[in-house]
Write a protein that binds this ligand. Structure first.
Ligand code: APR
Ligand code: PHB
Length: 393
């Protein structure tokens, strides 16, 4: 087994792991990254595509995302459309003075991997049999296999960026870990199509369920419909998908939609999960490894970015200035944002979806919520600030 000594070992090369690795490396902190999957699999993942203003600013300043201003599409906010009611803007520009950015996670991951090639990041791909020990000791170890051989890494800190099904979270003793979870009784069926998108990201509520029109580029659109979980993707022909979407969309939106063959189709169940704490000994968790939000609100990627923003500052303060206050506060600081985003995601999910088997009173209460939102600028401002992640910026 080949020995490797480093300062920081990062498990997982999704957005959290890669952003953190590159920031540390550029600041002269030595790190290695371990990724279970092959690069092509990581790059093929399709996830949400909306960045908050603070995430845009942070990524722009970092210089990591070279195509952000070329491929990204600034957005004033997103629209909510409601069956038989006027639509409304979640007007981030108006209420916060800042802009969101449409930038697909796929583009972001490509940028990060390209940058890691330039910087020569020590990235081990297709790793297996990972065993992590000693997170309570000053030099934790990670043993693993990769196609290049077997390795034993010793480090100061282990960072668990290994996503929603990762193993790092279970290194926190069960007695000291709390998991808060909600599993929703439906999913989102999403398709990608090479057609021009409609102008705004549009969240649609209809008595038959939710739908969303999203975008990736001038000729790349992403659409979703709320679906029961008992049918897989194979039950959804393109024809059935478009009929369902167009039926749920109000007429003025449906008229703008350009339909076309799907180039990708996937079903994502919705759930919400938060693990506390996000630090144990010399282990820190970031991104989906610590929390999952339903996609309504597009907070998953933004939370991952805000975690690694906090964590990179904290690690640099440790290595450059010898101060550990930020490391000690990491879990508390990160969780504040995590809970705020989880709350927004829950409120939007509850407002916009139809829950199977719900009592009839729920539809009226939901409509009441929407009508209050239409009438109250205070509520619109509050929603826009939460949607932009501005409340804690
Ligand atoms: N060893 C190495 N890598 C692992 C292991 C392991 N044992 N287990 C999981 N991984 C890898 C996964 O293969 C994946 O590439 O960790 C990575 C985690 O990446 P993401 O799931 O993308 O999580 P994260 O980087 O936190 O990004 C969060 O991605 O999931 C979306 O909606 C989410 O947008 C949010 C963002
Ligand atoms: C997407 O672009 O896929 C997207 C946008 C907004 C959401 C979720 C997903 O809330």
């Amino acid at each position: 087994m080949e020995p490797i000594s480093t300062q920081v070992a990062i498990v997982g090369a999704g957005p959290s792991g890669m952003i953190l690795a590159l920031l540390l490396q550029m600041a002269g902190v030595d790190c290695v990254v371990l990724e279970r999957r092959a690069r092509a699999d990581v790059l093929a993942r399709i996830r949400a595509g909306v960045l908050e203003p603070t995430a845009v600013e942070f990524l722009r300043e970092s210089g990591l995302i070279t195509r952000l201003d070329r491929l990204g599409r600034p957005r004033n906010g997103s629209r909510i459309a409601w069956q038989d009611r006027p639509s409304m803007m979640i007007d981030v520009k108006r209420w916060t003075g800042t802009e969101m950015m449409a930038y697909g996670q796929t583009f972001l991951t490509e940028d990060l991997y390209a940058q890691s090639d330039v910087l020569g990041t020590r990235l081990f791909e297709e790793v297996s049999e990972l065993q992590i020990a000693g997170i309570d000791s000053p030099r934790p170890t990670l043993e693993f296999r990769s196609p290049r051989g077997s390795y034993r890494v010793t480090c100061d800190y282990v960072i668990g960026c290994d996503g929603a099904r990762g193993q790092c979270v279970s290194l926190i003793p069960e007695a000291n870990r709390r998991t808060f979870e909600r599993v929703y009784p439906f999913g989102w069926l999403g398709i990608m199509s090479e057609t021009p998108p409609i102008d705004d990201f549009t969240y649609i509520h209809h008595a038959d369920g939710f739908a969303l029109a999203a975008q990736r580029g001038p000729n790349l659109s992403r659409y979703y419909v709320q679906t029961p979980l008992d049918q897989g993707v194979e039950a959804w022909s393109d024809d059935r998908f478009w009929k369902t979407f167009l039926h749920r969309a109000p007429k003025d939106i449906a008229e703008q939609v350009v339909t076309g063959p799907s180039i990708e189709k996937s079903l994502a169940p919705l759930r919400s999960r938060v693990v506390e704490p996000m630090r144990w000994g010399n282990l820190f968790l970031a991104g989906d490894a610590a929390h999952v939000v339903p996609p309504t609100g597009a907070k998953g990627l933004n939370l991952a970015i805000s975690d690694v923003r906090l964590l990179s500052r904290a690690l640099l303060a440790h290595y450059n200035d010898g101060t550990d206050d930020l490391l000690d506060r990491y879990s508390q600081d990160a969780l504040q944002r995590v809970w705020a985003a989880s709350n927004l995601s829950w409120k939007l999910t509850r407002l916009l979806h139809v829950f199977p088997g719900e009592p009839s009173i729920d539809a009226r209460l939901r409509l009441c919520d929407y009508e209050q939102l239409l009438e109250s600028e205070d509520l619109q401002r509050a929603l826009a600030r939460d949607y932009a992640g501005a409340s804690l910026a």
